[in-house]
Design a binder for this molecule. Sequence first.
Ligand code: ARG
Length: 458
Amino acid sequence: MISPDPIKTAASAMAAIGATMHFDWRLAGYDLQCSQAHVEMLHRQNIICEADASTLLSGLDQLSQQVRAGEFMSPPDAEDIHSALELQLEALVGPVAGWLGTARARNDLAVTALKLWLRDQIDALLCKLKVLLEAFRQQALRHAATVMPGYSHLQVAQPITFGHLNLAYAETLLRDGERLLFARASLRECPLGSAALAGTSFAIDRIYTAQRLGFECPSSNSIDSVGERGFALDFLTAASSLALNLSRFAAEVVFWSTQSVGFIVLPNALVSGSAAMPHKRNPDAAELIRAKSGRVLGNLQSLQVVVKGLPLTYFRDLQEDKEPLFDTADSLHLALDAAISIVSLMQPQPEAMLRAASIGFITSSDLADWLVINLNIPFREAHHLVARLVESAQSNNLTLGKLSLELRSALDPRLAVSPWPSFNLEQSVHARRSYGGTAPERVTQAAEAFAARLSQLS
Ligand code: ARG
């Protein structure tokens, strides 16, 4: 439809494409913290007088209370949360509100508030990640000796312990915790006071505001500061790794919980039924953890693409930094909560695991090791001989341990030995006690050592 007034249409198109209030309201509390620190600093530096400072601070205080109570009402024409708060401050304290913008701009304010928000999010996510890691550790301690099949190519390969596998996920996710810490370290510098891009002619004290807001120091270069979004990309990168690894774990949970496998039982609260097929217990929570990784990975790419074509300093493009961050943090909170419940409440089924591990020849590599150690046969050759022993056992319908001396010596005279070993699953896992191996005693030790590493994650 052709509008009767193209200028009005343009103005409303501009307002619609430019508005961010519907998502950046989340920054309200952080914007107000910045403003409080800024006003205190302006007063300390004698840039604004005592009376104006206290009027501003009491107005900001009222706004903070409104925000905390969920009662803050944005003026209808506010473009973003920063202008909304300034407009409401003016409504509360009158023209004195105009002093607040001294020696700062929305460019440095918006990025500082965003950094403060992100710092809290990373801390909250790390807390949840630690709970998840502890849940894996507890499963590892409980199931250090629970034997299950270890797979590669999803083919049963060698027996392992369920505890060992839980610690494998714990190791993977601990590294993601370290990635989050790295992202947190990217938030060290405070951009506030960089103003629009060139700094300010007022004698501000950026060290004061930086410290007051819990940063390590002010940022060194005002041009860099207002357009810099590396900190956001660092977080999204760490978040992508975490989401990706949670997704892999979730895929494993889906596999474990199918009836054909049955390695774990999930509580009713974490599965959904099917009206038509009442026997089904769909592992929806795990599937959704897996699916949430899609948007998290997409959010990283989305911000990379936004930033990639931009020369330095602020462009309006940069307001598209927020939704990928908000959505990523939200998705990770959901995924971590669900993962914590899964890991804490999943009930391993040792009998099903043992049954699945009890396939012919799963201990064939133990026999190869035995040939090396006891008959001094080089490993490559031993491996080869075991392949032929397996063939012979298969065609005679025997286990490796039951192969007769005749059958063995027919393959190679060195195999005509007695006694001839037979390995069971327990022996096999207990034998793998190399550092980092699957032996129950190693798993218990590793789980115990993991506690200390976990406590260092902060
Ligand atoms: N809402 C904007 C953002 O988050 C604030 C900065 C606006 N600055 C400007 N020069 N228009 O990026």
